[in-house]
Design a protein around this ligand. Sequence first.
Ligand code: FES
Ligand code: FES
Length: 178
Amino acid sequence: MTDRQLITLRVNGEESELVIDPRRTLADTLRQTLGLTGTHIGCEHGICGACTVLVDGAPARACLMFAVQAEDREIRTVESLADGDELSDLQRAFAAHHALQCGFCTPGFLMLAEGFLAERPAATRAEIRELVSSNLCRCTGYQTIVDAIEDCARRREAGRTGRDRAAHGAAERSDGAA
Ligand code: FES
Ligand code: FES
C-alpha cells in the first residue's frame, strides 16, 4: 500500500488541496477528483494527445504526468478557455471551420493550439500542420483543424497590428499636441 500525499494543485487559477495516491495521473486527478471532465483520456500512454493540458503554458500529456509532479505548476485545462457561455476566439474558429466531428479529440487540440500560439503567434501554416501531427483525430482529416488554428492566428495577428497602429497614432497625436 502506498502512502497518500497532501498536495496543492493550481488549476485554471484556483488552488485545491488534495490527498492523493502518488501514482495517480494528472489526467485522472483532473477528471475524477476535480471534476474537470473536459480533459479526455484516450490511449493513456502518451500517443493520442486527447489529454493535452497546459503546464506552465506549455502543452503536456496529462496521462504521462503524476499529479504530484504538477504541484507548484500552473495547470490550464480546456475549461479555462471560455468565459462563461462565451467561447474563446480559438473555440469559435474551431466551430466556424467545422474542425470537429465526434469532438473527442477536440479539448486536446484546443489546448495544444492555445499553448503553441502563445509561443508562436505568427506561426505559418506549415508549422501548424507539423504541430497537429502530435495529436490523433479519427474524424476530420486534420485539414479543418489546421484551417481553424491558422484563422485564429491570423485574426489575433490582425488584432495586434490594429492595436499597434492605434497606439502609434495616439502617440503621434500626443507628440503633435505637445
Ligand atoms: Fe494521454 Fe492519449 S490519453 S496521450
Ligand atoms: Fe472525432 Fe477528432 S473529431 S476524433
